[in-house]
Design a protein. Structure first.
Lengths: 366, 366
């Protein structure tokens, strides 16, 4: 990796190899700005997500291929949550000394090959084209800023403010596997040899937690949920195109907090059923009681599932679309009027109480 | 600053106060993505610039108001260099512990008030609206990622590839003041008390360099050129609208290197005149001979002037537009055919030689 320009040239070549699905692209990487054509009747969506080493991930446990995947996945998830179709991406990297080198350096070469393999594989899957970015040195930690641009028909973007009393609440997949995976990683568990390469490790790996048989699979599955989340791109886009969701958000801060955002923006309250929430099986790896498991599932965050509000009359169609996308879809409660103020309630064994909202706050004392 | 959400709320309120020049904006800060309306016949431009503490700036010497200004300025400069009109911006911040706090913290409050005062003042000047971003904690250093979206009429974006033999080379302003300012700052000079506030300093300031009278003003002016560059937004946009530039770039890596980018992309060579290059007066603060001064002026970088290639037949109009924008404009050479390959040449006292290209490379050994 002899220079910044050569590094950019390598990325540019990989970007150029991508399927040129983006018919509106005028020019991508290689000028002061990227350019694309607009079209009346369409709207552009843009989102950006920041991933900071030792805050949002650790190189000690994140396989670089999965890190490249996740950098794009989190932003794709935001476009999906708007009901949009992702089209273009930009990527910014602040690169610390041990991940760049004047002379050819095996560790940094493998790291970036793996990182971009993960990034571009996901980009190609969803026909998203990398059209720009920026690179700088960093004194000691990797910082990644991921930008994704999507499009939708004018007026079809699904905001957070359209939920109304009588609507039902739905969520894709299950909740909590990512939070369980993070707990396992922080306790020293590591992804299996099949996906990790020793060359990129910044520190010596802790030995894997003692596990056996099926538990090992569940542990790997939990870590994968955290490190390589699958954004619900196709399903989100369909909901937007068919105007089937009145409000939508992706579950990044935890179901309780993300549902609270919808309630606040829509001026409504939500009641969720304790027994209906799809708690991930992996939760049992890190919690003992069902109450603790439920708690972690609704507050853990980084699930990147779609949480949306829809008219229950459309439930058959919704379930059919989800099945088409090979996604589990669960109705977890309903929207009621906000009286006296927007809140998220929990119904359990016939009683209704406020659901404590604990989500991830970057500024909270850890 | 009690939480991440409150912090974002404060920024959101400031963004909302901005002039709503952006008639196409559907929704800005506060959902999974921002949304704007497209229009047939128009093109979108996007650029992103990363600023890393202790690599691209030091909090020790950068007044936060000027840092906020510069974060936006560098991206506005890219849109200007495409001949576009800036419309929207997104801002990403990785914030270290001493710049955030659970309890009210005077230092961090003043820092962010000043930073956003600088950012929003420049945004309002150019009618750019902040529509999104992301915030994360950082272990110890501030990282800023600045995204600007601009627009132009379809086909009017000024790329780097349109220069042709017979064209003339022009540059706005003067070159090298920023490089001189950076040298002074690294040697311990500091901006005057009028613009700095003691509360935000991370470390004790070094005492100012011993200076007197006019030299003090020149030192302040050089540091200002580096810390608070003025992007040539209006002039760049006019060149684009009137199709007066065949190729354009902003001078961020140094004239020699940026001109080389144009030559390579256009498949031409450039000859610049030693005596014509507008070397900033501030250069004499840090260099002794005219040769050293010239060298720093063409390789120093971060001038954020516009370097463009145009038909010399339009020179009268170009000079008039520059005067309208209160900008100095200088013709510094001409484009010739690339024989045998694209190169940047220097003409001095009747002889022509290759101009050594040294620009800033983030990956070079410092």
């Amino acid at each position: 990796m002899p220079s910044e320009f050569d590094f950019i040239q390598t990325i540019r070549q990989q970007a150029a190899k991508q399927a040129q699905s983006a018919g509106d692209l005028v020019f991508g990487i290689g000028d002061d700005a990227a350019i694309w054509r607009e079209q009346t009747g369409r709207e552009t969506l843009i989102t950006v997500d920041l991933l900071v080493e030792d805050v949002d991930f650790k190189l000690d446990y994140a396989p670089p291929r999965w890190l490249g995947h996740k950098a794009l996945a989190v932003s794709l998830s935001d476009i999906a949550a708007m009901g949009g179709k992702p089209k273009f991406a930009l990527l910014t990297l602040a690169i610390p000394p041990d991940l760049k080198s004047q002379i050819s350096n095996l560790k940094s070469e493998i790291f970036w090959e793996e990182f971009f393999a993960g990034y571009f594989t996901l980009a190609e899957k969803h026909r998203v084209q990398l059209i720009g970015g920026d690179i700088s040195s960093a004194p000691d930690r990797l910082t990644i800023d991921s930008i994704v641009i999507g499009q939708c028909q004018a007026g079809r973007a699904v905001r957070r403010n359209g939920a109304k009393a009588g609507d039902a609440i739905y969520v894709t997949g299950s909740l909590g596997a990512s939070a369980a995976g993070l707990k396992l990683l922080l306790n020293g568990a590591r992804v299996g040899d099949a996906v990790r390469s020793p060359a990129f490790r910044r520190q010596t790996f802790a030995s894997e937690s003692p596990t056996e048989g099926g538990t090992t699979n569940a542990i790997q599955s939990a870590m994968r949920a955290h490190l390589k989340p699958e954004p619900r791109v196709e399903f989100g886009q369909r909901l937007g195109e068919l105007s089937l969701a009145n409000a939508m958000i992706d579950v990044s801060d935890g179901l309780a907090q993300d549902l609270a955002h919808i309630c606040e923006d829509s001026g409504v309250s939500a009641v969720i059923d304790f027994d209906a929430v799809p708690v991930a099986a992996e939760i049992s790896l890190v919690t003992v009681t069902p109450d603790d498991g439920f708690d972690l599932a609704v507050s853990g965050g980084e699930d990147f599932e779609l949480l949306f509000i829809a008219d229950p009359k459309n439930e058959v169609a919704l379930m059919a679309f989800a099945a088409d996308c090979q996604l589990r879809l669960t109705r977890i409660g309903e929207i009621i009027s906000a009286d006296p103020s927007p809140s998220v309630l929990l119904r359990r064994a016939g009683t209704v109480m406020a659901l404590p909202i604990r989500g991830f706050d970057h500024f909270a004392t850890q």
